[in-house]
Design a protein around this ligand. Structure first.
Ligand SMILES: Cc1cc2nc3c(=O)[nH]c(=O)nc-3n(C[C@H](O)[C@H](O)[C@H](O)COP(=O)(O)OP(=O)(O)OC[C@H]3O[C@@H](n4cnc5c(N)ncnc54)[C@H](O)[C@@H]3O)c2cc1C
Length: 345
C-alpha cells in the first residue's frame, strides 16, 4: 500500500441512479463510500442517454425528468460527503490477503476498501471507434475520439466524422482555425441543433468546409504517419481526403470492459448475485442495478434502489460482523437524522 492510496469502507463503481442511492443507504448506516465513474458527470444512462426524457415510474414522483432525478439524488446524498471520482474507469479489482479490496482506476487512483459495490449498469461508456482497418496505430495520436487540447488542431488538415452535436460543434469551432476541414457523415441530415446545421451549411456554401455524405473506407499512411482517409460517398464514389488528424464523434457505447476480468460469475454480461444481500460469488463484492442478474431481475431504476437498501445491511455485516443490526426509520431515528444533518436536538 502506498501513502497516496485512499482507504475507505466502501468503493462504489458506477455513479448511475443505483450507485448514487447506494451512497445514501450506506450513509444512513454511518458507512462512508467513494464513487468512481468513467463518465465525466454522474447519472449513468439517465444523464448520458436520455436526460430530457420524463420518467413516470419513480415512487411518489408522478413525473420526473431523467436529469432531474439525478440532480435530486445528488442533493439527497450531499449530507454524506461521498467523494465522486469522475472520468475514471475502474480497471482493476483484487482481493488482498487481509480480505480487503484494492481497486485501481485508469487515472491511477488506488483504493483500499473493506467492500466494493459494482453498480456499473450496462458497463462503462466508451467512444464508438472508427471501423476501419489499422486505426489502432493512430488512435490517441492522429485519430481522436475526444478533444483534449484544441490547439493541437490549429493550422492542421482535419477530417471530422459524425452527425451529432459534438461533430457539429467541433466542426464549427475548428473551421476558422484549421488549414483545411472536411466533415463526413453517413446521412445528409444531422442530429445537431438546427442553428449549428444552418452555420455548417453556410460554411459549405462559402467553400470553407467540404461536406461528404459517406463512410470511411481506409486510412492512408506513410511510415506510421497518417496522411489521409478514403471515403465512399452515397453514390459509391471514392474520395481521398488529406488529413493530419481525424476527429471521430460517433457517440458512446457501453462495454462491460474490465469487470469481465475480475473473477466474477457472469451470466449474459451481468453479475450473478443472491437476492438477500446482492453479493457476487466474491464475498465482499456486491452488485446492484442493471449490472446484476438473478431470477426475475427487471432492469428498472426502482429495482436498483431496493437492491441498494438491502445490500447496505449486508455490507454493514460484512464490515462489522459483530455489530448488532436493527431496522431504524429516518422519521424517528436520532442517529440517522444526525447523519442526514436534520437532527433538531
Ligand atoms: C431511453 C431509456 C429510457 C429509460 N426509461 C426508464 C424508465 O422510465 N424507468 C426506469 O425505471 N428505467 C428506465 N430506463 C432504465 C434505467 O435508466 C436503468 O435501469 C438505470 O439507469 C440503471 O441504473 P444503474 O445505476 O444500475 O446503471 P447506469 O445508469 O447504467 O449507470 C452505470 C454507471 O457505471 C459506470 N461504469 C460502468 N463500468 C464502469 C467502470 N469499470 N468504471 C467506472 N465506471 C463504470 C457507467 O459509466 C455508468 O455511468 C431507461 C433506459 C433508457 C436507455
Amino acid at each position: 500500500m502506498s501513502d497516496n492510496d485512499i482507504t475507505t469502507e466502501v468503493v462504489i463503481i458506477g455513479a448511475g441512479p443505483a450507485g448514487l442511492f447506494q451512497v445514501f443507504e450506506l450513509g444512513l448506516l454511518g458507512i462512508k463510500s467513494h464513487v468512481v465513474d468513467s463518465l465525466k458527470q454522474p447519472g449513468g444512462q439517465c444523464t448520458e442517454l436520455y436526460p430530457d426524457k420524463p420518467i413516470y415510474d419513480i415512487p411518489a414522483l408522478p413525473i420526473c425528468g431523467a436529469q432531474e432525478l439525478v440532480d435530486r439524488l445528488m442533493q439527497q446524498i450531499k449530507p454524506f460527503g461521498a467523494q465522486l471520482h469522475l472520468g475514471e474507469e475502474a480497471v482493476q479489482l483484487t482481493k488482498q490477503d487481509n480480505g480487503r479490496f484494492r481497486v485501481v482506476t485508469a487515472a491511477g487512483t488506488v483504493f483500499d476498501a473493506g467492500a466494493v459495490v459494482i453498480a456499473a449498469g450496462v458497463g462503462s461508456f466508451q467512444p464508438r471507434r472508427l471501423a476501419v482497418e489499422g486505426v489502432e496505430t493512430f488512435e490517441g495520436r492522429q485519430i481522436h475520439y475526444r478533444v483534449k487540447d484544441v490547439t493541437e488542431f490549429h493550422g492542421r488538415k482535419l477530417v471530422i466524422f459524425g452527425g451529432g452535436d459534438s461533430a457539429l460543434d467541433w466542426t464549427l469551432a475548428l473551421a476558422p482555425k484549421a488549414s483545411s476541414i472536411a466533415l463526413v457523415h453517413r446521412r445528409a441530415e444531422f442530429r445537431g441543433a438546427p442553428a449549428s446545421v444552418a452555420q455548417l451549411r453556410a460554411l459549405e456554401r462559402d467553400g470553407k468546409l467540404r461536406f461528404i455524405e459517406g463512410l470511411a473506407q481506409a486510412v492512408d499512411s506513410e511510415a506510421d504517419t497518417l496522411q489521409g482517409v478514403h471515403v465512399k460517398d452515397a453514390s459509391g464514389e471514392l474520395h481521398r481526403l488529406d488529413a493530419e488528424h481525424l476527429l471521430v464523434f460517433f457517440g458512446l457505447a457501453p462495454k462491460l470492459g474490465p469487470i469481465a476480468e475480475w473473477g466474477l460469475e457472469i451470466d449474459k454480461r451481468a453479475i450473478k448475485v443472491d437476492t438477500e444481500k446482492f453479493e457476487s460469488n466474491i464475498p465482499g463484492v456486491f452488485a446492484i442495478g442493471d449490472i446484476n442478474t438473478y431470477p426475475g431481475k427487471k432492469k428498472l431504476i426502482l429495482s436498483g434502489f431496493h437492491e441498494a437498501a438491502l445490500a447496505s445491511f449486508a455490507i454493514q455485516h460484512h464490515l462489522y460482523p459483530a455489530k448488532k443490526q436493527f431496522l431504524q426509520y429516518t422519521t424517528t431515528s436520532p442517529a440517522m437524522q444526525k447523519r442526514l444533518g436534520v437532527a433538531t436536538a
